[in-house]
Design a protein around this ligand. Structure first.
Ligand code: MRU
Length: 372
């Protein structure tokens, strides 16, 4: 994506071939800082601390982490044992986004026949780059399919602006290019369709207010930041035509894990007959699971993320405690929206309803779990 006229991705390999560089998303929108990832520890730190975040980007970062593990393995006494142990450590960095384990397994599988550790490292690097390019391409295709939904609404409204609500950040910062949920928005904007995006602030870490608003603003897309609780009110008053969100893990039966609060948006959308779409690449489907609520692991993060709000006070960054100092807090990072509340999925292969049968029609080669 272009930011201030420059082509940018949230992750890229440095030309020295032993460093991966990422945009530090904790510092946006007020500071633009690039961090180096030189080791598996750096990679795990970046994922855990949400320097990088968003399911596809977590996957690509993990893939490069496997490359760094393969590189370090070259000088170890038992390279194979070391490499496998490092892959396991990367996989454990965050629990909910399935792209993490998917990407580690894919790179590990691609190099499993490599006997020479140096050759293994080269192969791992090539596979990580392939994953990054594929995810970029998936996002573009999601945009092409998803824009048809926006065009349909525009026709129904006789050309009046199309109001889209999104939650968290499923934009290019969370992916590689143009995002998942935002890809149809960028495409609509390019086609000259009048759109306006309601951006949920997305407490506690404000990925919507900080990241989605920044992204859309840099591209000139009209948007308004709202509190997480405003969506239902806007829907009741006809101010939302379409909801499009991303996901961290979606079962083969259509249950959707995404940033905490997504479920409440889906309930409000159903009550108000507002179409609720989930945009995702195939790497975010977990083909082994049949019931999202009971089977998808939900990350619990540091309660201080709820208790303390971060922001800018003139030009100074501040952390401010909100509740009484001795009030406990709990921080569930994701929730699960059952398939019955999802109007459809926008994938790189097209749009389908949120049913096992329809998902299977788009991805016939994937083993679909038997429903108990
Ligand atoms: O905790 P985060 O910021 O990693 O959560 C991100 C989300 O919930 C996104 O909506 C999801 O990963 C989809 S990204 C295309």
């Amino acid at each position: 994506m272009k930011v201030d006229g420059k082509d940018l991705r949230p992750i890229w390999p440095h030309e020295d071939q032993v460093t991966v560089q990422v945009i530090d998303q904790r510092r946006l929108p007020h500071e633009f800082v690039v961090l180096d990832i030189n080791s598996v520890d750096d990679c795990i730190h970046a994922i855990e601390e949400m320097v990088v975040r968003g399911a596809p980007l977590i996957g690509v970062t993990a893939a490069y982490g496997v490359y760094l593990a393969a590189l370090t393995a070259v000088s170890q006494s038992d390279p194979d044992v070391f490499f496998k142990k490092e892959c396991r450590r990367i996989k454990a960095a965050r629990p909910t986004a399935v792209n993490l384990a998917w990407a580690v397994d894919r790179v590990a599988r691609a190099v499993e026949t490599a006997v020479d550790p140096k050759y293994r490292a080269r192969q791992a690097n090539a596979e990580a780059e392939r994953i990054a390019e594929e995810e970029a391409d998936n996002c573009r295709k999601i945009g092409e399919h998803g824009v048809t939904l926006i065009e349909t609404v525009r026709e129904k409204k006789g050309g009046a602006p199309v109001n889209i609500l999104t939650h968290c950040n499923a934009g290019w910062l969370a992916c590689i290019e143009c995002g998942t949920a935002t890809a149809p928005m960028y495409m609509a904007f390019e086609k000259g369709i009048d759109i306006h995006v309601w951006v949920d602030e997305t407490r506690p870490l404000n990925q919507g207010a900080r990241l989605t608003a920044w992204e859309l603003g840099k591209c000139g897309i009209a948007h308004t930041v709202i509190t997480d609780n405003a969506g239902g009110h806007l829907m009741q008053h006809g101010m939302v035509d379409l909801v499009i969100v991303g996901t961290d893990r979606t079962t083969g039966t259509g249950d959707v894990a995404n940033k905490i609060g997504t479920y409440l948006k889906a309930l409000a959308a159903r009550d108000n007959d507002v179409p609720f779409y989930v945009a995702l690449p195939s790497s975010t489907f977990d083909w082994d699971l049949t019931d999202g609520v009971s089977q998808i692991p939900i990350e619990k993060r540091d309660p201080d993320e709820v208790r303390i709000v971060e922001g800018r006070d003139n030009s100074v960054s501040r952390r401010v405690l909100v509740p009484p100092a001795d009030s406990p807090a709990v921080n569930y990072a994701f929730d699960v929206t059952p398939a019955r509340l999802v109007t459809g999925f926008i994938t790189e292969r097209g749009i389908c309803r949120a049913t096992t049968e329809d998902i299977r029609r788009l991805f016939p080669e994937k083993a679909t779990p038997d429903i108990a």
